[in-house]
Write a protein that binds this ligand. Sequence first.
Ligand code: NAD
Length: 492
Amino acid sequence: MSVIEIPKEVMDAPNFIGGEWVVGDGEVIDIYSPYSGSIVGRTNIATSKQIDVAIAKAKEAQVVWGQTPIKDRTKVMFNFREILLRDIDKIAQVVSLENGKILSESKAGIMKGIEVLEYAISLQNLDAGAKMEVSRGVFCEYRREALGVVASITPFNFPAMVPMWTIPIAITLGNSYVWKPSEKTPLTATLLGKALAEAGLPAGVLTILNGTADCVNSIIDNADIKAVGFVGSSKIAKLVYARATALGKRALCLGGAKNHIILLPDADPEMAGVGIADSFTGCAGQRCMAASVLLAVGEVDKQIESIIERAKSTSLGDKMGAIITKEQVEFLNGAIKKAEKDGAKILLDGRKATKPEGLGEGFWLGPTILDGVKEDSEASKLELFGPIMSIIRCSNISEALKIENANDYGNAASVFTSSGALAEVVAKNASAGMVGINIGVPVPREPFSFGGINDSKFGHGDITGENSLNFWSHNKKVTTKWQMQNDHNWMS
Ligand code: NAD
């Protein structure tokens, strides 16, 4: 049984240019629902000509928006929040429809986005700058100024939440914002664009351009784009970072992950069972914070039993959603086969899970647990991006940390234990930007921001929170003197 409704009519995701909804002049991309496997939407790629027109309009709009006092800019964000809360069920339906999440996950993603929105709303009070008499009669002050037109490229896996990391902050700081959503999930972008327009955002301050790699490259290459935010796989994050910075632009590009959980014998079996199973099955494993390797230290069979029980009860359709594409299901099935060939034992086989009824074929894989995975195998190293957990057996915590430290990524790492001292060893030594103690998905809350290290992030600073403010703005320093001073020094 599922609460997702597959609409009979195909939905459109046009581009949003200068406040108008415009069909792209490029080819059509079909949008499939992972629930049914059927086409539920379509979008037309924006051509490079349309992209240049859109960015010129964004630039024009920014001149006025950037000069609007932050209190007035914030009013739009207040309205936006009200509209999102009013329409949350409708937006969550569309997120689930095109992404495959269960509805409660889609709603939670929107609420996480609203947390960032609330932080942006508070900037009018928090970000007052500073002023100081630095020499007799000489005053220095900070003045935050917008960059101009900024761009954001987002992935499929959180169609509302990830864009909401940057939309509220970049726009509240006075920038025009050009957004290229994932071509797999552009329908949510249309709803967010409509909500911002209804909230009173002036035409051109938000631009939505649909497309794939060519569209991203045309946006980056446009001389009026001053900064590029990116969230997606490491391979593309690296490419986008290199392209933008080679043109002298600032870029912050968040990449993929392979997150490790260290399970110690003194861990509470119930907490470990729920926390670890929910981490690798939530959003069907398609989140950059999902646990994908369990480093099982010593005798932890009762905790693993508890993880299996919880994962077994995670039924498809109501407790766990679908996989983004048919090709990705095939890739995951292949990865399980390969792991088996490499010597892993399958403790739970998601290929045998029951699909929800009455929705059509859809793209599904149930929770899968592989035991005895070898440290150097694909299941241990590759970001699979599905509900698969690889268990590597370790004899002590140092061995576990060595494996964790050796992985290319650095998004999240967690430990399950009842010892504060051992938890601290992991917190100190894990090679990850976000660490959890008895938490399977250690997503920090605003204003702590979010982000990894190593191949999980290219660029400096944070995507949200206080550290993001200097990314999305200039911090101009103004030094003032109004009177001649008799005891003047080099400054006065
Ligand atoms: P992806 O890298 O395939 O796509 C991301 C965006 O890049 C999309 O908008 C896509 O159209 C665009 N793109 C694709 N190929 C491109 C190219 N050659 N040049 C320029 N742009 C291109 O990622 P995805 O499959 O949509 O999302 C899943 C990935 O995102 C996973 O690796 C996941 O870990 C990662 N992710 C990371 C975070 C984080 O905070 N670190 C958050 C969410 C997702």
